[in-house]
Each structure stands twice: as structure tokens, then as C-alpha cells.
Design a protein around this ligand. Sequence first.
Ligand code: SF4
Length: 431
Amino acid sequence: MKYYLEPLGCAKNQVDAETMIANLNDAGALFVENPDDADLLIVNSCGFIEEAKREAINVTLNFRKIYPAKKIILAGCLARRYFKELEQELSEVDAVAGSDSLDDIAPLAFGLTGEAPPRAASSPARVKLLSAPGSAYVKIAEGCDNRCSFCAIPLIRGGLRSRSIAGIVSECRALLKNGLLEICLIAQDTASYGKDTDGVCRLPDLLKALSSLEGDFWVRLLYLHPDHFPLDILETIAADRRFLPYFDIPFQHASPRLLRAMNRRGRADTYISLIERIRNFLPDSVIRSTFMTGFPGESDADFKLLLDFQHAARLDWLGVFVFSREEGVPAYNFKGRPSKKNARERKRILETRQIRITEERMGRFTGRLMTALVEEQVDGEAGPYIGRLFCHAPEVDGSLVIESAAALLPGTFVKGLVTGQAGFDLKLRVQ
Ligand code: SF4
């Protein structure tokens, strides 16, 4: 049975897509890169916010229009969140995979295509990865207990469930053995890792365990909640240069009143001192964050506080999202929501101001000898290469243009001199 999978949503959903591919391949199915060649199409949907939900439905309806005869499965977060409604109403799909268990995809797929039931899934290792060459996401926990008032993820993914340190280390060892060079540790909130199993954050212990692995590789941490940032990890990161001084810390806002309404405990001044502590301990640190505009009750004064925070924090990278009113979460019923127009305008202002800040922050790498991960060659044989330095997380940050006299292999490390920048993209010449 040949199948195609359309991966939508976040990095955590991508790991689920890769796990479904591993299960289907292990059961004897064949993944094809082009939906034309498939017997079955799987849409691994995102169901987090309005925009993402609309995208998942559009992709699915489009598949039905283009491929009237093929079997279609809607999987992922949208399928989990609205399983009953979709089963009843979305006649364009042949099945809705609403269960948490990614092992169920193979029997469901084989059942739909009338093929002999597959051999039992053996939780095979992910082999086909959907990340750029050399990089992989490793999910260290599922679900979330933080219950931010605007967030539907706990409704979809449930409460926090951390994996064992041994399980994560053995998965990372296998990925590194397969030639991977960058491991991005992810969860809904990596700063809560282990709190469900041991009552305390075990991220420092996990990093110490990973530092026992041999070889030259990168470990990158994403999605660290600012209210309980585990400062103990800074020492481990300082002691092992394979742990990147890169921190993705979604602050969301700076107005104490709004942060309370978001069910967050931080304040602008505590967030600034966190940033300063990280930068004092690891001067090379790169900090990415996320802000939200348009949260119910956000006034001009609140927005001014966020602008002041942006100015003071001088973050390296910033993503800005407009509040999405999601049923089933507390903020759905909160009053005083600014107009979409206003929320979008505030987003535009923050993004415009951030360009200059990011350019200046990235400028500090010019003139330095650095290691880059090569991702792809532009324009086939002749062009330069595109890659990333430690200061670039996959897919979300700017990129690096790599000039090299010799041919380079995607998925490998190269050393070179950062010669300059174009906007916030950096340039490197291989030495
Ligand atoms: S920490 Fe993130 S995933 Fe968890 S509830 Fe808050 S926004 Fe959602």
C-alpha cells in the first residue's frame, strides 16, 4: 500500500507524523513523496488556533477535489479535538484518526485500503525524518499542565507526561548513530520535564545524561516556559559546548494584568532579570521568544508595556501571534477583546521594530570563526549553500548563506568565517 502524509502544525506534530510513517513502513506500507502516486492520503492536522484549523480543512478538501477516488485519513490535533463532529460532518474523508495512539494508524490505513491487516506495530524507530538534513526533533514529554487561559493544547494533548531519561538518551544515541548532528529537544513546555514523574524539573539531569554521549553534535532546547526556567541547566550548557546557548522562551506579554489573565505568574522585570542572568552566565546566548497581541482586555497602555519590554529585552528572534478565541478555554469568555484590525496592527508594529533589533543582534557574529550545519545547495550545482549556525533554530529563524570553493554535503558541519550579513541573514565563507 502506497501512502502520502501531509505534515501540518508544530514540531511536536512533526514527530507524530514521523512516528506514524515509521509505524506504517514497519507494517509493510510504502511512503511516497508525491500524493499522485499514493493509494492513501493522510493529513496530519493542527487544531491549535483558527488559522491552523482552517488550513487543515482546506488541505483535506483540496485533496478530495484533486483525488476523488483515493482514501483520505484526517489525523493529528484537529482530529483529536473535534473527533465526533468531524466523524459526523466531514464526509470528504474516509476516516478520522482521533486516538492518541500513533500505533493505530497502520491497522486503520490497511483496513481502509482492504489490504491484509498489517503485522503488529513494534514501535519502530523513526527513520524517515521530515526535518532538514542533519537535524531531528526529539519529543521529551507530551501534554501540558500549565493551563494558560488562551491555550487549547491541554484539551488536545492532555496533561504532562514525561518520557524516561533512559528512553530519550537511547533514542538520541540511535539518531546520532544514523548520522544526525543536531537534536532539538521539544515538548509543550520543556521546562516542566519530569515534574509529573518526579515532582521536580529533571531537565538538568537529562542534559547531564545526554552529555555522556560521544561525538560532535548539537543539542538545542525549545519551548522553555519563562515562569519556571530551570537555571541549573546553564552550568551544564556552559560545561559542554555541544549544548547550544540557544533558548526559546515564550514570554507572551509584559503587562502584569494581562499575564495574570493568561494564567502566567511572571512580570516584565522578572523576565528581564532572567534574560540578564542567562546572558551573564552564557554571554553568547541567543534568545528567541513569542509575543501575543489582541488578548482580551489589552489596552494601549498594556501594549506600551510590551513595546518597552521589547526594547529592553533586545531578543535575538521574535514571533508575534494574534490572540485566537478558542472554545473550551477560559479566555474564550473574557471580555474586552481588541478588534482584529487593532491586534494585527500591534503585531505589525512589533515585527517591524524587531527587524532592526535582530539585525543588530546577529551583527555580533560577523568576523567570527564558527561551525555551520549545511542544509541545502541553492540553484543545484553552482549556487552557494544554505545552512544554520547555533543561533538559528530550524525553520523559524533567519538563515546562513555559505560560500565554499569545495562541494559540501547537506547534513554535515563545516567551519568558516562569518563575513557579514544581508538583513538578519548571515554569510559564511568556508575555511
Ligand atoms: S505552556 Fe504552552 S502548551 Fe502549555 S498551556 Fe501554556 S501555551 Fe499551552
